[in-house]
Design a protein around this ligand. Sequence first.
Ligand code: MTE
Ligand code: MO
Length: 452
Amino acid sequence: MPRTSARPAAPAPPPPRYGFPASAWRALERLRPPGTGRTRQWRSPLRGPWLTSVFGAVLLACLPVVIITGLLDYIAYGPQFGQAFPGNVGWLHLPFFDWPTRPSWLFRLSQGLHVGLGLVLIPVVAAKLWSVVPRLFAWPPARSLAQVIERISLLAVVGGILFEIATGVLNIQYDYVFGFDFYTAHYFGAWVFIAGIVVHVAVKLPHTVAGLRSRSLRAELRTPLADTRPEPAHPEDPDSLVAVDPAAPTLSRRGLLAVVGGGSLLVAALTVGQTIGGPLRSAALLLPRGRSYGDGPNDFQVNRTALAAGITDELAGPNWRLSLAGGPRAMTLDAAALAALDQHTATLPIACVEGWSVTQRWTGVRLRELAALAGVPTPTSAVVTSVEPQGAFARATLTADQVLDPDALLALSVNGAPLSRDHGAPARVIVPALPGVHNTKWVGSIEFRSAT
Ligand SMILES: Nc1nc2c(c(=O)[nH]1)N[C@H]1C(S)=C(S)[C@@H](COP(=O)(O)O)O[C@H]1N2
Ligand SMILES: [Mo]
């Protein structure tokens, strides 16, 4: 029997099953750059179709939730008023509808899911990419037109998800560190990813199903390191994920699943507190905002302080006035006049696009009462403007529902105490289920609009 060489060449290329002529195949094979192709350098005995399919299935189940809540978020911003970011998305715009005001925790839920689940899936994405990374070095890069398309879609999938993770995480960690607009980038990045993932899933779903069926999860969870063997190799298959020359395992498959799952759980523990509150809030290390927010009733999350926003005594002190416009009875109210109006109390969340939320008991004047005062009892929308000299969030347009909801307030106090200036004193908007960013602080004017 002839001795096989200790380091055999890469497996012979299979006959061209697809569209490319054999000569082209051989030419490409001769041009193979070192380190590409099914080489021996990827040696983990854990890589294989089953493992990749498990990570793929988790992502397939969870990513639609992240995508849909993200797109809903865009609609919640009220693109019908031209105030969603990005403003003009051409034919990529979504059907608009008036974002409901009930349940009051709707935006808290959708945004919390988007950010929270997005973060929790990062270890799974990393594991999935690790499991297929040898394929990045496949040679030839494609062997048929179908594979060219599949590889381009992969570029969109991998590039898209890494871009979404990077921009999303950076937006939570820092304010506006980009040289470009976060929302615009994140929105278009999402569509690149969606386009890629649709093709990718369509092509790979049968492989995922077959991969999942190839082993029993329950049996894997019972298999210790000592009994861990590589998945069966198909040496003829140039796309195989199984190592050509597997090393001895240093981790069982269940160990790897535990590492990835543990990573996700850790991220969850460091994240959920910022949305659901309670004792886990102080564990929300992935919520890097300052920790001291105010005194007593005003001691809760502040992103943009009065100082940062340039709110001076001049703007928010005794000279402050609220002007109501848009109707037959335009008027100006001072703080005392506002306090003399009917006060209403509602327990409502503020939920920021960054994923954090807080629920407080707010007291103030109903927006619909202000609308009636101004002579526009049934407005179609209202433009709220802050006295803040400049800032992306100094103005917001509310829908009719958001003005007329009985709990929609111009709040003067919180938890029984006057609003602190950091929380928007003398007056701020607070509306059920409204995206945090539209709960304008330091309100200077409200213009009620009607259809006519
Ligand atoms: N005038 C004004 N109002 C504003 C903002 C702002 O920057 N300026 N920030 C908004 C954002 S992004 C959120 S999430 C809520 C709560 O922000 P805070 O934590 O800064 O109070 O207020 C909103 N109201
Ligand atoms: Mo926000």
